[in-house]
Design a protein around this ligand. Sequence first.
Ligand code: GAL
Length: 508
Amino acid sequence: MTGKRFPDDFQFGVATSAYQIEGAWNADGKGLSMWDYYMRTAPDMIVDHSNGDVACNSYYLYKRDIEMLKELGVDVYRFSIAWTRILPFGTANYINPKGIAYYNNLIDELLANGIQPFVTMYHWDLPQTFNEKGGWLTEKTVDWFGDYARVLYKKFGDRVKHWVTINEPHVHCFFSYGLGWHPPGIHSPGIGFYECVRNLLLAHARAYHIYNDDFRATQGGKIGISLDMEWPVTNSNLDEDAEAVQDFMAFNIDYYLQPIFSKEGNYPERFIKRIADASKRQGYNVSRLRPFTKEEIVYLRGSADFLGLNHYTSKVVYRNESLRGAYEVPSQNDDLWVGSYGDPSWPHLFKLWLYEYPPGFYGLLMHIKNTYGNPEVYVTENGMYTEHATSLIDNERVQYYRNYLSALLDALYDGANVKGYFAWSLMDNFEWSNGYIFQFGLYAVNNKDPNRTRTARKSALVYKEVIRSRIIDYTYDVNPYEERNGGSIHRVHAFFIFCLSVYLTYVY
Ligand code: GAL
């Protein structure tokens, strides 16, 4: 036990996203998103050849999801709206009444159960119609996103008081337009990637200003953006490695924070300069990073009421000659020119990307506090995967959550303005390119079962206890199998046996 307590008004929640859980990909008038289209044209891009056509089937099973939220005792639920369920063709000229009805039901049922909706407008499922017109590589998307946001405020803003405009510009643009593994599968790591981020940031600002101008006075909610960030670490004293840390921060952290959350706005100088220098060396006559205009800098600056922080892991970073020729030219990786890896001494599973290093979470929260005037922060995603086949006893995940929540508490006690925390994720779901192989759920989902049965893992029950007690008790233990078979029935049995033994000892 750390002895520290979460304040009474601290909000606990869990997060999901539409494409990862809803299924019903073409039901009730829903239009095609770029994920729906991609799953029909490039199914090999998913390791297990699965897709989100059915996923957790939450379009039909949302009431079961709410039962789980009740069981956990969360205050808030972060879910996303599928753009094409509301606007099947993307544009706001036709609104799908069944899509509106679905989210009305979900929101109303949440509120009836005392759970606040925390709604993401865009979690990577761009309407395919817009993808065909250039997607996030065209600035027109900023207008389309603004029109969509306006529809959402009009239809749901009376009840939704926290909006996340965009989920993770960095990961979205890196996978979709840098690596080209996610739809639309465009490989343009040195130009397309930066254009995508630029347009996403501007789209966010558009949604913020529309709210400010036309809805804030009557609806009184808050608008934020969810930014993903990893924390760079070095144990070396070499100047090159210290530089690598600074550059990693500029490219992965301040690139996204500074335009919106700093006083001066704009991209970080260090970042602008590295890309300008690399572009020049490569023979471009202008930087591959298109600068913001003066008006855009002002438009973006201050365009958020809170920061949504998605954080999973840290990286050891370094720079040396071994990186010569390591990255494609031109690319964001080459512009940054830093090597990174997960420290093998940090707990991790399967040597993939997620290494447990809670001090990195603390460091990041304190960086945000100290550099950006201590903005209101909601941790909108944090969590740990296990392999699909694991049992309900997910001790690695339990340990991860306890340690990261402890780091959060430390930052909170050191003055970071963290208002809430969302575990990723409520349940196992479609994990993008990794299909259903790696799972992040507090609840296991049986996706061989047509009912997509959900069962609480140990981590769900431990998180429930954190929410109830507002402390992190490392000694608390619980067996999900007993709870599943009716923990209360076991307890009744135990009580009966106790009474019987008292009777036999003292009375009989
Ligand atoms: C985030 C993403 C989520 C989820 C998570 C776990 O980047 O926003 O949708 O997939 O990673 O990998």
